[in-house]
Design a protein around this ligand. Structure first.
Ligand code: ACO
Length: 433
């Protein structure tokens, strides 16, 4: 980080306050306001963090105006085309792509950690069968910390590394178990001969009664979807993980806080909401009335899968997701899928509408992912759990980066207080009149 100088006038005291400006390797400079309160007695005010960099990071870079997404410097398009999800996991965790030996080693380490402690299955029985899989995920992933007392020293790099491996390996197993539990089907143990994605598909979609035959096109598509979800710099769930971790909480608790945040419809819950919305619209002829609802200030309805805090141009992940959607539907002979046709038409109409053009609202990653998941036979209440599977590596990479930083402090924002001024409880309070 390089420093330039900046001068800011404090209007009330007519004094000058001097704040450094920091430059990263790419992207806008930031004003370092760490000493602002000391110098002026004022805080900055930025609800929703629209102008605030909460940390410095070397992991992921987004240029929302240009529609660029880089993991450790590599464009998402190249990673999606040339790498597997586990290579991308290695890259996010370690900063460099693995050599072939490093990859083999990493793959086998992940594979041997995919099984969960058998006692963990007891946790599922406490949930109602109709519980949302994300509700179960929050409970069961959180419970993992109860099984690894031996490796919860967050100051130890060895403990942090094994926690990362355990989370990346076990979250798919737990996600598949959430689905099996809600449908009353038996849990499927992982199989070490299968790849990461094949294993998940088998645990999720197969039963002990059938042989599982992986379809390479669908496996590759799901692998690519996980790559597209793997990280997205300081989004709401990653910031939640960082904030939880800043207090010294254990990694399983921190990742669980990320899963909880991801569940919201404005974030990862949007993929499920998109499919529900498409089903509700049901027919191309009804699109104009839903576009009108989305534009109506007095109507809370929003076009799900549209808009993004950072992208004011095409979300590069959405473009790749659209291509993946074509591939999967072609492979399955579903090219005439009515939901896909509806989605294409909705996208076309919205992108030509002045409201969406002026507000720079483009389809985001969630717009097409639900259609792909649906075509793969994954029920809509599992969509966000799949997002969590992909994002676990990003969360853990950010958590690790933060904990390894010697200057790391507990995250503790301030506020603009707008409540009552100090007052006294009346003398006659609680006495009958
Ligand atoms: N449909 C209709 N109008 C929209 C939409 C939408 N999907 N998204 C934003 N707008 C409008 C807002 O009403 C607002 O209008 P105004 O300026 O007249 O008040 C303007 O565009 C800006 O929207 P904000 O909500 O202020 O933008 P913000 O950056 O806070 O929100 C968000 C971004 C949450 C993604 C928003 O676009 C949204 O709710 N989209 C739908 C949900 C969704 O798809 N979420 C997934 C995000 S991607 C991800 O998490 C993986």
């Amino acid at each position: 980080m390089t420093h330039k100088r900046s001068l800011i006038l404090n209007e009330n005291t007519h004094t000058l306050c001097e704040l450094p400006i920091l430059s990263g390797t790419t992207g806008p400079d930031v004003i370092d306001v760490e000493t602002l309160y000391k110098q002026t007695g004022m805080f900055t005010y930025d609800p929703g963090f629209t102008s605030t960099a909460s940390c410095s990071s070397t992991i992921t870079y987004i240029d929302g105006e240009a529609g660029i997404l880089l993991y450790r410097g590599y464009p998402i398009e190249q990673l999606a085309e040339k790498c597997t999800f586990l290579e991308v996991c290695y890259l996010l965790l370690n900063g460099e792509l693995p050599s072939s030996t490093e990859l083999l080693d990493f793959q086998s380490t992940i594979t041997i950690h995919t099984m969960v402690h058998d006692q963990l299955t007891n946790f599922f029985k406490g949930f109602r069968r109709d519980a949302h899989p994300m509700a179960i995920m929050v409970g069961v992933v959180g419970a993992l910390s109860a099984f690894y007392h031996d490796a919860l020293d967050i100051k130890s790099k060895k403990d942090r590394d094994i926690s990362a491996i355990r989370l990346i390996a076990k979250v798919p197993t737990i996600a598949a178990m959430c689905h099996k539990y809600s449908t009353g089907l038996p849990f499927m143990y992982p199989q070490n001969k299968l790849s990461y994605v094949e294993n998940f598909m088998r645990m999720m979609l197969a039963t002990p009664c059938d042989d599982f035959v992986p379809n390479p096109v669908l496996v590759r598509a799901l692998d690519r979807i996980l790559i597209l979800h793997a990280d997205h710099e300081q989004n709401a769930s990653t910031s939640t993980v960082r904030l939880a971790g800043s207090s010294g909480a254990n990694p399983y608790a921190c990742i669980t806080s990320g899963i909880a945040c991801l569940w919201g419809a404005a974030h990862g819950g949007a993929n499920e909401a998109v499919l529900n919305m498409l089903k509700e619209i049901a027919d191309v002829s009804r699109i104009p009335s839903y576009i009108a609802k989305a534009k109506d200030k007095n109507d809370a309805f929003r076009l799900m899968g549209f808009g993004h805090r950072v992208y004011k141009n095409h979300d590069p992940r959405a473009k790749l997701m659209r291509a993946t959607c074509h591939e999967v539907l072609t492979e399955l002979g579903l090219h005439d899928d009515p939901l896909f046709k509806l989605a294409l038409e909705l996208e076309r109409i919205a992108l030509e509408d002045p409201y969406f053009i002026e507000k720079k609202l483009y389809p985001n990653v969630d717009f097409y992912s639900g259609i792909v998941f649906h075509a793969l036979g994954i029920p809509s209440n599992m969509f966000t759990a799949l997002f969590a599977m992909g994002r676990t590596v990003g969360w853990i990479a950010h958590w690790d980066e933060m904990i390894a930083d010697p200057d790391q402090k507990i995250g503790r924002p301030r506020q603009l207080y707008t409540g009552s001024k100090m007052r006294n409880i009346p003398e006659n309070h609680g006495k009958s009149t």
